[in-house]
Structures are given as structure tokens and as C-alpha cells.
Design a protein around this ligand. Structure first.
Ligand SMILES: C[S@@+](CC[C@H](N)C(=O)[O-])C[C@H]1O[C@@H](n2cnc3c(N)ncnc32)[C@H](O)[C@@H]1O
Length: 265
């Protein structure tokens, strides 16, 4: 379902001021450095993109990437696999998950399982987009809820996340015995807007949230859907000086397992 070409076009920063890759690199610097890779080489979890970025931050890292989308997994150490079925091996030092868990229902339970199964002193470094209530996603839900699409499209959209705030994740993992550092950043992407092209937020969504919608509709239905969504997005994100400001909130947390138990000894 994933469109890595469209996703990476934005993730690598073409025409914007801070794509997902920037968030990942900021996070890796903070998470992997905190994990003291000099002591043991860390191994990561995530797509090939994550494994590559982890290796860039620390060349001694033995990084394994994991993603359920075959088209995303590439490069040395990258594996196809559903994170819901993954259990950390006993020598994992750092688990990095970038922009994945928002797609995984019940991921709060998954995080507490990983916190329990990881060796004491291991690190979890996670980034999830906090954009469920962004105008882009509200517009998508509004169009999906129109009578023409309610039956086929509305059930394909992401469910409202449970407490997807930095405080929510900090509380969850502190409760699981970790020492947690959590924060949120809103990246304001500056997307170039050309008069002869689709609205840039529509193009962005085509690489992410719109993938399941496109797959579920026939050509005419898809054309109608994206036209209606395009109108709403143009109202929500007006073009100024040939560009659109697209705020994108991301939630980060770094958690060290077993640290609370050590404190209490
Ligand atoms: C926004 S992309 C992020 C890709 C990569 N982690 C990165 O940082 O560039 C979201 C990824 O989540 C993957 N994904 C969704 N559900 C998954 C699951 N249950 N297990 C593994 N990967 C999953 C999709 O295949 C997609 O590649």
C-alpha cells in the first residue's frame, strides 16, 4: 500500500524545510547517542531508510531494518516483517521506529511488550506523526464521510489514536518501568506550489494516507474523490508566494528499559 517514491521525495527534503528524514536524524542523534553505542553496537528496527540513517549516525552500528511493505525494504540488513510479530532478540541495544506505529492498532500494548522484552538498559526511540487532527486529515475524513464514499472509504482510514501526545507516551512507558524523554515538534514544511500542478498537500497525501483510498476506488471514483479533497485542501492551505506552509506535528520519545527498577534499588 505504501508509495516509497512519493514518500521519499518529501522525506528527503525536496522542496520542504524538514521532512520525515530530518525528524529521524534529529531523533537518532539524540536516541543513539544516549544509547552509548561505544559500549555495544546498536541494532535498529524500522525500514531500510532507518537502518541507513542509523548507520550514518554511528558507523559501528549493526542496523537491521524491518518494514511490512516489500517495496520499502531495501539495503543491507533490511527485512520484510510485521512489527506486531517481532520480539526483540536478547542482544538488541536500540529499537528505532520512525513513522510506523501510527499504522499499528494497539501499538501502545506493543510498546509495553517491547519494554518488557528488551534487555534492561536497552533503548526505544520512537517517532509517530501527531497529525490525526490536522486540517489535511480532517478534510480527508470529511470527504470520506460523504454518502458516495462512506461505505467503501471511511472504514479504511486510521482510527483516532489513543492519547498520541508526548505526555501520553511518557506516561505509558514510565508505567512500564522505563526512564523516558518525550517531546513534540511541529515542522513547518514549505511545499512549492505550481499553477499547473495539483495542490502540494494533495500530492503529499497521495504518498501516505491516500494510498488505501486510491486502491479501493475505480478510476472515476478516485478522480472525484481527489478533486473534492483538493478543493478542501486548497482552502485549508492557501498558496502564498508560490508555496504552501504545511505544519506537521511529530511526537518523539526515547525510553530506557529497566531504568526505573535500577533507581529503586
Ligand atoms: C511513513 S512510512 C515510514 C517508513 C520508514 N520507517 C521511514 O522512516 O522512512 C510508514 C511505514 O510503515 C510500514 N508499516 C505499516 N504497518 C506496519 C507493520 N504492522 N509492520 C511493519 N511495518 C509497517 C509501511 O509499510 C510504511 O513503509
Amino acid at each position: 500500500m505504501w508509495d516509497p517514491t512519493t514518500y521519499l521525495r518529501y522525506a528527503d527534503g525536496e522542496g520542504d524545510s524538514g521532512g520525515a528524514a530530518d525528524g529521524l536524524r534529529d531523533h537518532l542523534r539524540r536516541g543513539v547517542e544516549a544509547g552509548d553505542p561505544a559500549v555495544r553496537p546498536p541494532r535498529g528496527e524500522g525500514g531500510g531508510q532507518v537502518a541507513r540513517a542509523a548507520a550514518e549516525v554511528d558507523h559501528r552500528a549493526r542496523a537491521l531494518g524491518r518494514d511490512s511493505g516489500e517495496q520499502v525494504v531495501e539495503g543491507p540488513g533490511a527485512l520484510v516483517g510485521d512489527v506486531r510479530h517481532w520480539h526483540p532478540e536478547s542482544d538488541v541495544d536500540v529499537v528505532i521506529s520512525n513513522a510506523v506505529l501510527q499504522w499499528v492498532p494497539g501499538h501502545r500494548e506493543l510498546l509495553t511488550r517491547w519494554a518488557r522484552e528488551l534487555p534492561a538498559g536497552a533503548w526505544l526511540a520512537v517517532q509517530v506523526p501527531g497529525n490525526f487532527d490536522a486540517p489535511s486529515h480532517r478534510a480527508l475524513r470529511e470527504v470520506a464521510d460523504r454518502p458516495a464514499w462512506r461505505a467503501d472509504v471511511a472504514p479504511l482510514l486510521r482510527r483516532p489514536p489513543a492519547d498520541d501526545t508526548a505526555v501520553g507516551y511518557a506516561g505509558l512507558l514510565t508505567g512500564a518501568g522505563c526512564a523516558v524523554d518525550a517531546w513534540e515538534t511541529t515542522y513547518v514544511h514549505l511545499l512549492p506550489a505550481r499553477v499547473d500542478a495539483d495542490h502540494p498537500v494533495l500530492s503529499w497525501l497521495e504518498g501516505t494516507a491516500l494510498r488505501p483510498v486510491r486502491a479501493a476506488l475505480d478510476a472515476a471514483g478516485w478522480a472525484d474523490f481527489r478533486a473534492e479533497l483538493g478543493v478542501r485542501l486548497a482552502e485549508a492551505y492557501p498558496v502564498r508566494h508560490a508555496q504552501v506552509h504545511f505544519p506537521f506535528r511529530r511526537v518523539f520519545f526515547v525510553a530506557r528499559t529497566g531504568a526505573r527498577a535500577e533507581e529503586n534499588q
